[in-house]
Design a binder for this molecule. Structure first.
Ligand SMILES: NC(=O)c1ccc[n+]([C@@H]2O[C@H](COP(=O)([O-])OP(=O)(O)OC[C@H]3O[C@@H](n4cnc5c(N)ncnc54)[C@H](O)[C@@H]3O)[C@@H](O)[C@H]2O)c1
Length: 246
């Protein structure tokens, strides 16, 4: 049984997830980087945690059985899972005219069903110890719809927020909190795909006049994962430079 708290962060080989994983290591956790490519996940784990307590694992969050198997492997190695960060997410751009059924299904399946799959298999392990923290990385698009034209993305994130509230209510008496963060426009490979014109348009809409940093999302996630956030559940924390205040 690991003496450290064990955090599973999905989609953490790069971008926001990697920043979250790095921060949770700094907070004293053993972190499991769960991503599509085993080797990249392992390299990422080694790069953030020289102690060797963290690991990478291949886990496609959209595949129910693969998630079950990966979670079982994590349990065998550590004997516990304390923190789950559902960060893995994809976006498929297009208009209603150009987006395909396959685009829609892929986005909903990774972003929304993936969150369900991971909660489904990890929560029973949290229940054994009666303590857990689940943080879902949603998006400002959950509230506004997507501003860069991606019809499935906003609905997938809005569904993730509704799932956050549903599970928060169910798990509140059992020692597990479930919260979401809703970032806007963070500097990662996802936002690097934007044209200069789109980048300037997005920045113009942010009162702080800049994109956010992955570390700023990681700090919010680390807080929600901490003991100090023990009375917060079902919340969605905005990380958006003042873009939306609701
Ligand atoms: N970058 C932004 O501006 C921004 C803003 C708001 C919300 N978000 C959300 O933050 C999260 C991380 O975004 P990012 O910008 O770091 O993205 P990214 O594309 O840089 O990284 C996403 C990671 O998820 C992994 N992944 C994709 N599909 C997966 C699957 N089926 N199973 C497991 N892993 C999978 C990828 O391999 C990659 O490592 C996403 O949920 C995204 O929707 C991002």
């Amino acid at each position: 049984m690991s003496e450290k708290r064990v955090a599973v962060v999905t989609g953490a080989s790069r971008g926001i997830g990697l920043a979250i994983a790095r921060r949770l290591v700094a907070e004293g956790c053993a972190v499991v980087i769960a991503d599509l490519d085993q080797e990249q996940a392992q390299q990422a784990a080694a790069s953030i945690d020289p102690s060797g307590d963290s690991m990478g694992i291949k886990m496609d969050v959209s595949n129910y059985d693969e998630v079950a198997q990966a979670v079982q492997q994590i349990r065998e190695r550590y004997g516990r899972i304390d923190i789950l960060v559902n960060n893995a997410g994809i976006i498929r751009r297009g208009t209603l005219e150009t987006v395909t059924e396959e685009d829609w299904d892929a986005v909903i399946t990774v972003n929304l069903k993936g969150t369900f799959n991971c909660c489904k298999h990890v929560v029973p392990i949290m229940l054994e110890r009666g303590w857990g923290r689940i943080i879902n990385v949603a998006s400002i698009a959950a509230k506004l719809g997507d501003i860069t034209s991606a019809p499935g993305y906003g609905p997938s994130k809005a569904g993730q927020v509704a799932l956050t509230k549903t599970l928060a209510r169910e798990l509140a008496p059992k020692g597990i909190t479930v919260n979401a963060v809703a970032p806007h426009a963070i500097e990662t490979e996802m936002s690097a795909q934007w044209s200069d014109e789109m980048r300037q348009r997005v920045i113009a809409g942010v009162p702080m006049g800049r994109l956010g940093k992955p570390e700023e999302v990681a700090a919010a996630v680390a807080f929600l994962a901490s003991d100090e956030a023990g009375f917060i559940t079902g919340a969605t924390l905005d990380i958006n430079g003042g873009t939306l205040m609701d």
